[in-house]
Design a protein around this ligand. Sequence first.
Ligand code: UDP
Length: 235
Amino acid sequence: MQKTEQLYEGKAKKVFATEDPAYCIVSYKDDATAFNGLKKGTIAGKGVVNNRMSNFMFQLLEKNGIKTHYVEELNDRETLVRRVKIVPLEVIVRNKAAGSLSKRLGLPEGTPMKTPVLEFCYKNDDLGDPIVNEYHILAAELATKEEVETISAMALKINELMCEFFRSVNVDLIDFKLEFGRCADGTIVLADEISPDTCRFWDIHTQEKLDKDRFRRDMGGVEEAYEEMMKRIGL
Ligand code: UDP
């Protein structure tokens, strides 16, 4: 299927329409941003890693009964996906404290959570993606109650499947962010990406960081960390 007009350019991806309105093409860039766009940079090869890794994860999830927008990988940086309306929520699942949760609850990074923690943020750059609860979501009509229930159940199931998979390649899944889309018939599917940009991955033995925190925190070895994650998952 051929790209037609560009629909959207985000921080890390471009989205193009296709001849068939039911599909679009996602194109992954090497651009990286952090802290709501305040920090900008490039991570050589990131677009390839994120595209291939995300597609690998979406196929693994599909095999385990999770509906996603994934259709077909077109090349190293581009993927055909189902066209959906993104639910304006960032859905975060956490297994160990890190980042904003560490700050908010005063827990040292790496503190195990007794049960997985599910958080919702309202996807709105101007507001800095504020954290919201189910009352805010229903009151502001960001999603329906049924959608929140579906999304919550899917996110927790995805967490179980991802924890098991990453453990098998000696990676500790600390936390991650998901986005969901509504299909034309109202079905909720997993959308966006699953990559070192959107997950915290720590080596299971050394707890070395293998994700975008190396860029956010100027730790060096950023490209190497993305490459290492590709290698671990066998790509
Ligand atoms: N995350 C993301 N996009 C965002 C915010 C967070 O992909 O806009 C991911 C982040 O990579 C981490 C998880 O969600 O894996 C939890 O992030 P946190 O709330 O701790 O925010 P951060 O510390 O990244 O600002």
